[in-house]
Design a protein around this ligand. Structure first.
Ligand SMILES: [Zn+2]
Length: 208
């Protein structure tokens, strides 16, 4: 398996590549920015991109998705409850102080419980609203890993003061969907360092 996580763009969104070393097929999660660099990396590794998975439609996570789709032909996946955030992309760009990226409706939805990813590295979609209404996490059960978007961070949780945010909902999502995963599950958040489910369940100050 190839697994690479690296921050992109001014808000340093964690972008993750998961690939099968045998088939050279890959998926990418949250290519928010720096698409030329990401495209070069995929080419250097000799990978064919199959899916562009977006944890939620904030600009720092989805900003580069359409550009990457045009370069690779891969489909874009997004939970439909975040479609309203695509309509305010210019407003989102103004929050960050960047140009408005071109976006398009997703090719595929990311409904709760469906399986996405690669044949050898499948991921189950966990719908975890709260940071946004369409926020999802991707649980790679065989890899004991969850990509948590901006729902859960090491020692923190996603902000809920932006449009579509809901503080009670994010706590409910974390308690009922993430903290029910096995203790040893590695968490790769949307920003910052990785952590472990068991550690966050014991120590995260926002979940006391
Ligand atoms: Zn966000």
């Amino acid at each position: 398996m190839i697994l690479e996580t690296f921050p992109v763009g001014p808000l340093q969104c964690n972008c993750t590549i998961v690939a099968d070393e045998e088939t050279r097929e890959a998926i990418i999660v949250d290519p928010g920015d720096e698409i030329a660099r990401i495209h070069r990396r995929l080419a250097a590794l000799g990978l064919t991109l199959k899916q562009i998975l977006i944890t939620h439609a904030h600009i720092d996570h989805i900003g580069g998705a359409l550009k990457l789709k045009r370069l690779t032909g891969a489909s874009i996946y997004l939970n439909e409850d975040d479609l309203p955030l695509l309509d305010i992309m210019a407003e989102q760009a103004a929050w960050v102080g960047v140009d408005t990226p071109e976006t398009a409706p997703p090719d595929e939805g990311l409904r709760d419980a469906i399986t996405v990813g690669l044949a050898n590295y499948p991921a189950q979609v966990l719908h975890t609203p709260g940071h946004t209404q369409g926020s999802i996490c991707l649980h790679f059960a065989p890899l004991k890993m969850v990509l948590a978007g901006d729902t859960l961070f090491a020692g923190s949780i996603g902000r809920t003061d932006l449009p579509g945010g809901n503080g009670e909902q994010i706590i409910h999502s974390i308690q009922n969907r993430l903290f029910t995963l096995p203790d040893e599950t590695k968490v790769i958040p949307g920003h910052g360092p990785a952590t472990i489910i068991g550690k966050e369940r014991r120590t995260n100050p926002f979940l006391k």
